[in-house]
Ligand binder design. Structure first.
Ligand SMILES: Cc1cc2nc3c(=O)[nH]c(=O)nc-3n(C[C@H](O)[C@H](O)[C@H](O)COP(=O)(O)OP(=O)(O)OC[C@H]3O[C@@H](n4cnc5c(N)ncnc54)[C@H](O)[C@@H]3O)c2cc1C
Length: 531
């Protein structure tokens, strides 16, 4: 039996965006669609059991496990860049926090030349995918395939954390995707009865017959005739998949620009220097890389999860509790609580976000740590530093070169110091002080702004939200890579639909916004097909 190798639409990358997009394109029933994923199937307990995400962070089977270049403002440290490599992509290894950002994010996109991407235009797409089990009303969807709800067993520290928000003057939030983001509280998560509910779970479980899903197939290059994509070439001896109508790249903020650059789409002179034949001179390709820098605090405390005698009963009971009703320790997404705050009262919107793990986390994140405690980090929502995604040769093979240029803008350094001081104020509130927390890192000796900045240089990580490398905008702006219909500059039939198109990073986690943009992308593509 011969395998089909020609499709109307070929979608590369079955991540948050790709699963949604491929599903919606095929749903019309009129087109053949092929979704190509480099990684394996997501049918594995490590992927489905929330607590196991710590394993996924170091598991090359499901994670590309990339690294940034040495960062000059971080004492030359490299930052870890985990990216999902399985059906569901990063939504299969992420922390499942459901956040959309704020309306102004999308109004900014529209004002920057992305017609049709303002809040009122994108809200219906957020609602279309969402099935919120708790919240309803005009801001939420209740019939979509992406299940969003409360954590089955939030740790009591989450309630104390929310009370600390009230005591610190930040407030409490019961719905971060409601009228206002501001406040602290427990996050809603993309879970179904205590199991991870990735984009693959949401969109591929009952996929129509005209959707072919390939796993273990890494696209190495796009084959062009002139500026039209004819096919994608698969690594190894897996052959080629022909494109009848359009090629859509949903390989993520690292994968999509890397593939385009390797195929000759990017800044012409620099591609030539790498020995790559130029198909289209697209100067902005790979620029505009944005990420949320995050500074952390590690605390030992008389409460919280962790290996201890006090926690022994709940740990022994955990597997049974999970098997019985999907609750308990095994259902934790780790990042159970958090919230948004303004570090200065005169700001119109929150400028920082927090992620709180109600468990003792090792300062160097290696090995077993005894004792209880909690961890929190603060990230800058609108960093001004801009990095770059480029390619470099490693043993003759082209691989991504990820330079975040983290904290290169002085405002980011000052903003993160302010954010850290706000985080310490939260930890100092009576609701958390009842656990007698002791700051293990950066430690009580770190007090002045200079000391905090140096601690940031030593400890800052990211929220794992790289975006922006195939920037969307009006093509009159030479920096734009795709237009607001997501078509790549100077190519006939190639679009990008994933986190890489965001012109400016959203004020929050990036999974829900990426699924939203895939929902909209499918409408744009089908509109063009039928016009
Ligand atoms: C550890 C971690 C925790 C996170 N936590 C949260 C969170 O709690 N909440 C939240 O909202 N966001 C979170 N994020 C971010 C969020 O998950 C991502 O922003 C989002 O999933 C990006 O979606 P995407 O479709 O752009 O890319 P991805 O989901 O990364 O999908 C890209 C897919 O393309 C595939 N691919 C790449 N190159 C090729 C190729 N050449 N050939 C074939 N396939 C290819 C990849 O294997 C992958 O499956 C987290 C991310 C990580 C890594």
């Amino acid at each position: 039996m011969s395998r089909q190798t020609r499709f109307d639409y070929v979608v590369v990358g079955a991540g948050s965006a790709g699963c949604c997009l491929a599903r919606r394109l095929s749903e019309s029933g009129q087109h053949s669609v092929c979704l190509i994923e480099a990684g394996p199937s997501n049918a594995n307990w490590r992927v489905s059991t929330p607590v196991a995400l710590v394993n996924l962070m170091g598991n090359p089977r499901f994670n590309w496990m990339l690294e940034s270049t040495p960062q000059p403002q971080l004492n030359g440290r490299r930052l870890s860049v985990p990216r999902g490599k399985t059906l569901g992509g990063s939504s299969s290894i992420n922390s499942m926090v459901y956040i959309r950002g704020r309306p102004g994010d999308y109004d900014n996109w529209a004002a920057a030349g992305c017609a049709g991407w303002d809040w009122n235009s994108v809200l219906p797409y957020f609602r279309k995918s969402e099935k919120n089990l708790t919240h309803s009303g005009e801001l939420h969807g209740d019939a979509g395939p992406l299940i969003v709800g409360e954590l089955p067993s939030p740790h009591p520290l989450c309630e104390s954390w929310a009370q600390a928000g009230e005591q610190a003057g930040i407030g409490r939030s019961r719905d971060f995707n409601g009228e206002s983001q501001e406040g602290l509280g427990t996050y809603q998560v993309t879970m179904n009865r205590g199991r991870r509910w990735s984009s693959a779970d949401a969109f591929l479980r009952s996929a129509p017959e005209n959707l072919t899903v390939m796993t273990g197939a890494e696209v190495e290059r796009i084959a062009f005739t002139g500026n039209r994509a004819d096919a994608v070439l698969l690594a190894g001896d897996l052959g080629r998949i022909e494109v009848s109508r359009e090629l859509v790249l949903s390989a993520g903020a690292v994968g999509s620009p890397s593939l385009l650059l390797a195929s000759g789409v990017g800044p012409g002179a620099e591609l030539s220097e790498l020995g790559i034949d130029v198909v289209a001179d697209v100067p902005g390709m790979g620029d505009n890389l944005q990420e949320h820098p995050a500074m952390n605090i590690f605390l030992k405390a008389k409460g919280g999860r962790g290996l201890s005698l006090a926690n022994l009963p709940s740990m022994v009971w955990a597997p049974f509790q999970y098997l019985l009703n999907g609750s308990g320790l095994f259902s934790t997404n780790h990042v159970e609580a958090g919230g948004f705050a303004r570090t200065r009262p005169e700001l119109d919107h929150p400028d920082v976000q927090f992620h709180m793990i109600p468990a003792r986390v090792g300062v160097d994140s290696k090995g077993v740590v005894w004792g209880r405690g909690f961890y929190a980090d603060v990230c800058l929502l609108k960093p001004k530093s801009r990095g770059r995604l480029w390619l470099e040769k490693d043993n003759g093979r082209l691989v991504p070169r990820i330079d975040y240029n983290a904290l290169s803008h002085p405002d980011d350094r000052e903003g993160l110091i302010d954010g850290f001081l706000t985080l310490r104020k939260i930890v100092g509130s009576p609701a958390l002080q009842q656990y007698l927390p002791q700051e293990l890192s950066p430690g009580p000796g770190v007090q002045s702004r200079e000391e905090i900045l140096e601690a940031c240089r030593q400890r800052v990580g990211t929220a794992y939200h790289p975006v922006g490398t195939c920037r969307m905008g009006s093509l009159e702006n030479p920096e734009s890579v795709v237009n607001p219909r997501l078509q790549v500059r100077d190519l006939e039939n190639v679009r990008v639909a994933d986190a890489s198109i965001m012109p400016e990073i959203v004020a929050g986690n990036t999974n829900a916004p990426t699924i939203m943009l895939a929902e909209k992308a499918s409408d744009l593509i089908l509109e063009d097909a039928h016009s």
